[in-house]
Design a protein around this ligand. Structure first.
Ligand SMILES: [Zn+2]
Length: 328
């Protein structure tokens, strides 16, 4: 069931959204807090020869309603949700844009690329500079501190960029594809087929994807319990890609199966685990129904075996991983 608002309230939200779009970028009306000092990657030994690296690459600020809609607005239909989010003038502090490096005995897999200092510039938006390049800085504020770029973070892990043969993109919003141009020519990118279908007002930055054949589509040719159809990324079958649509129509996540337990790198399927448990809807989701179905799938998967689900912008990621690796 979705619900609507009275006509005057609808018009009010649409008018405030229009004002936000004609007005200046967020960075010009909401003072930027200082950038986090010297963000560093953290290593987490998962056993089975797997090390998971948490790479904080760039930061983002969003509207409070972007992160979560208040309960009385949570059931709005898909068309009204965006104006309601954009009419909010309250902005969060800086949130990490986490990229993940899975150092597996078979290969090095990057999940997402974080945000870059180039956010907001015409070069950054490329072919989308005239359209999305103009509106993006009014929807979010984002940047990266010096030394907080993807190559610096990967270098700090002791790996070379060329060691990464695959980069899984959970989806194509700027803070996840902000460093695609830092990937070497030998790195393939995995994007879901649903994500590649253009959709108006989705914010997907498809023009940022390279056109040289390095982008491959996820092929789900195996199944794994509650996750349903998946794409294994290792011969052992212990790392696989699962569909988690809702935030975008083609949003996908990466699962690291450790036998008795597992980790889900869930991108922006939610902003944190509480949202999945409570059924909280962020203002930004493309599809509310798909988001709730994804929450349900994540909850059912967690019933199969102990699962740690990690989200791109959750400030508690390092602490949650540390507790997972050394329980008690
Ligand atoms: Zn994001």
């Amino acid at each position: 069931m979705t619900k609507s608002l009275s006509l005057p309230r609808r018009l009010g939200h649409v008018a405030r959204m229009m004002t936000a779009f004609v007005g200046p970028p967020i960075a010009r009306w909401s003072p930027r807090p200082p950038l986090p000092a010297a963000p560093a990657p953290t290593a987490h030994d998962l056993g089975h020869g797997i090390t998971l690296w948490r790479l904080p690459v760039g930061v983002v600020r969003i509207r409070e309603r972007h992160r979560a809609l208040p309960t009385d607005l949570a059931e709005l239909d898909d068309k009204l949700r965006f104006p309601v989010m954009m009419s909010d003038r309250r902005i969060t502090g800086w949130l990490d844009c986490t990229a993940w490096l899975i150092d597996h005995p078979e290969r090095r897999i990057l999940v997402d690329t974080g945000e870059s200092a180039g956010f907001g510039t015409p070069d950054y938006f490329g072919a989308a500079a005239k359209s999305m390049g103009k509106i993006y800085p009014k929807i979010i504020d984002a940047t990266a501190a010096t030394g907080n770029d993807l190559p610096a973070m990967v270098a700090a892990t002791g790996h070379k960029m060329a060691d990464i043969d695959l980069c899984v993109l959970t989806h194509t919003h700027s803070d996840h594809v902000g460093n695609l141009d830092a990937l070497p020519a030998s790195t393939r990118m995995l994007v879901s087929p649903e994500e590649l279908v253009p959709a108006a007002r989705s914010g997907r930055l498809l023009p940022k994807l390279p056109q040289d054949g390095r982008v491959q589509q996820t092929v789900r040719d195996a199944t794994r319990g509650a996750f349903g159809p998946v794409m294994p990324l290792t011969a052992r079958g212990d790392v696989f890609v699962v569909p988690t649509p809702g935030h975008t129509a083609g949003h996908q996540s990466v699962v690291i199966d450790l036998g008795a337990r597992r980790i889900v790198l869930a991108g922006d399927a939610a902003f944190d685990e509480d949202q999945v448990v409570q059924g909280t809807i962020p203002g930004i989701v493309e599809q509310r129904a798909a988001t709730l179905a994804t929450y349900d799938r994540l909850r059912r998967a967690a019933q199969e075996k102990p699962t740690l689900t990690l989200f791109t912008h959750d400030p508690a990621n390092a602490a949650k991983l540390a507790a997972f690796v050394q329980p008690g």
